[in-house]
Design a protein around this ligand. Structure first.
Ligand code: SIN
Length: 534
């Protein structure tokens, strides 16, 4: 049965801050399809607690935000990109407010209201715009409300993008151009073809490649893996950011204790009540994330304990409940009153600092394909992302990519695309193989490619990832595709990219720390790790 392509001007994969913002900015010139594998609110953005870093107060300056970003990035940020994003930030934030975003306000001494600016690790000034501790949820609400009344934007939920369709894969031309996407409709279980002149990856990161992560289940590196298979260049994947403080509780899955809690005075202590950040960094518990995560890892190894504690009981209970209502309520649901007792925490995989390499307008090296948000590598984060710079980057790059599309209309494509071929596919009845491989992959990455690495452990991990890829590939070609299998395939690709990138970097820098090369090496300064299939 022929499956006529669903034809759009723009296809956006993902419904977080980057994808939704881009869609809103181009919808007046063409039809936009937003394709999302779960429901529209299920994105990494939705779970962001901290906020958006931007210079909005008289006490702050672009120079200070620039410098903090560069310092966190450990010599690997692209300075021109950092400067551009920092300076563009306030305008993008204003647009978000105009769309209906409600950031928390505070009353000044004179009785007026102004933005309540939070503080997080590595920032020398208060500059985090937030909506209490549910900033991401509020951003999604305001963007989705704006999209609801836009007749040119169509949201397709429960649709899993399998692979990009490119002219090279179709054997049409030497110039590689993205012309569409094959999508598994999770309701009908059929694979459908979507075509568009422009395709935008806004699929977020890959936290689920690790056993413990702050990310929701959707974070399986789909965009990074898909674009790698299509020929895009992938950059700096060794830099996986581990958030220092996720709630340690057997029943709490992926629950983050925002860095803003430390920004407001919480301190890290060990199980004997001793502060351990004092000797490590002048900013103590508010040091950049790579430093804090490594210090916690070290403290847990030194003491043999399986977690450390974060103590905010030095603040009045009323203040804690008002400023962090979601964290307070969630912890209370696990029997923990954070106004009275310290919070058990551990580090967990949180953010992909590398990704699909893009130009200053979000273009990848495949014509017609853009990447924005966490899936991309712009040069802003370098070897370690400064807290709350990611939502800022997503807003700026959604704007730049949209502007670039408006100013450079993509040529029309031939929409006569072939149907997806499932070959000899039969229904899979051995799902246990898929779930076993999921567990094995995530445990391998946690044990061998975590906060502290060695060459031997990385090599071991690569061997195991390759074995798993062999099994996944057999399964992929023999059976009907399912979301679980597709996610596993993408996670295995991302795992391979992380391990290979980590093996390439024979030094320690930012988030990549290896016992075999414990110091930074000038030879690797300013040198991105690039991988592609060519
Ligand atoms: C947090 O609230 O700690 C997360 C902020 C971020 O990852 O930028």
């Amino acid at each position: 049965m022929s499956n006529y392509p669903k034809k759009f001007d723009f296809i956006v994969l993902g419904s977080g801050i980057a994808g939704l913002t881009f869609a809103l900015k181009v919808a007046h010139i063409g039809k936009v399809a937003i394709i999302t594998k779960k429901n529209r609110t299920e994105s990494n953005t939705n779970y962001a607690q901290g906020g958006i870093a931007a210079v909005t107060s008289k006490e702050d300056s672009f120079e200070s935000h620039f410098q903090d970003t560069i310092t966190a990035g450990s010599g690997l940020c692209n300075e021109e990109i950092v400067q551009g994003i920092v300076e563009e930030g306030p305008d993008r934030v204003k647009e978000l407010i105009q769309l209906g975003m409600k950031f928390s306000q505070r009353e000044t001494e004179g009785g007026n209201h102004e933005l309540d600016l939070g503080k997080e690790g590595g920032h020398s000034n208060r500059r985090i715009l937030h909506a209490k501790d549910i900033t991401g949820r509020e951003i999604e609400r305001s963007l989705l409300d704006s999209i609801a009344s836009n007749k040119n934007i169509h949201i397709f939920e429960n649709q899993f993008a399998i692979d990009l369709i490119t002219t090279q894969k179709l054997g049409h031309s030497k110039l590689n151009r993205c012309v569409g996407v094959y999508v598994l409709n999770n309701e009908t279980k059929l694979v459908e073809t979507y075509s568009a002149n422009t395709v935008v990856l806004a699929t977020g990161g890959c936290g689920k490649v690790y056993l413990y992560t702050s990310n929701p289940d959707i974070a399986t590196g789909d965009g990074t893996a898909m674009s790698y298979r299509a020929g895009a260049t992938i950059s700096n994947m060794e830099f996986v950011q581990f958030h220092p403080t996720c709630l340690y509780h057997p029943k709490a899955k992926s629950f983050l204790i925002s860095e803003a809690v430390r920004g407001e005075g919480a301190e890290l202590i060990n199980l004997n009540g001793k502060r351990f950040m004092e000797k490590i960094h002048p900013l103590k518990s508010l040091a950049p994330r790579d430093v804090v995560a490594q210090a916690i890892d070290n403290e847990m190894k030194r003491t043999g304990d399986d977690h450390v504690l974060l103590d905010i009981t030095n603040k009045p209970a009323r203040y804690i409940i008002e400023r962090f209502p979601n964290i307070y309520k969630t912890c209370l649901s696990f029997g923990l009153d954070i106004t009275k007792e310290p919070i058990p925490v551990v580090p967990a995989a949180h953010y992909q600092c590398g990704g699909v390499q893009v130009s200053r307008n979000g273009e990848t090296c495949i014509n017609g394909l853009y990447a924005i948000g966490e899936v991309s590598c712009t040069g802003l984060h370098g070897a370690n992302r400064l807290a709350s710079n990611s939502l800022l980057e997503a807003l700026v790059y959604a704007h730049r990519a949209a502007k670039h599309c408006l100013e450079n209309p993509a040529p029309q494509i031939d929409t006569n695309l072939p149907d997806w071929h499932s070959g000899e596919a039969i229904d899979a009845d051995e799902m246990v193989v898929v779930s076993h491989n999921w567990d094995e992959l995530r445990r391998t990455m946690w044990d061998y490619v975590g906060i502290v690495r060695t060459t031997k452990r990385l090599e071991r991990a690569l061997t195991r990832v390759k074995n798993l890829q062999g099994e996944i590939s057999d399964y992929y070609w023999d059976f009907t595709v399912t979301s679980d299998l597709l996610e596993l395939r993408n996670l295995a690709t991302v795992a391979e990219l992380i391990v290979k990138s980590a093996l390439n970097r024979r030094e320690s820098r930012g988030l990549h720390y290896t016992l075999d090369y414990p110091e930074a090496n000038d030879k690797f300064a300013k040198k991105d790790t690039l991988i592609n299939l060519r």
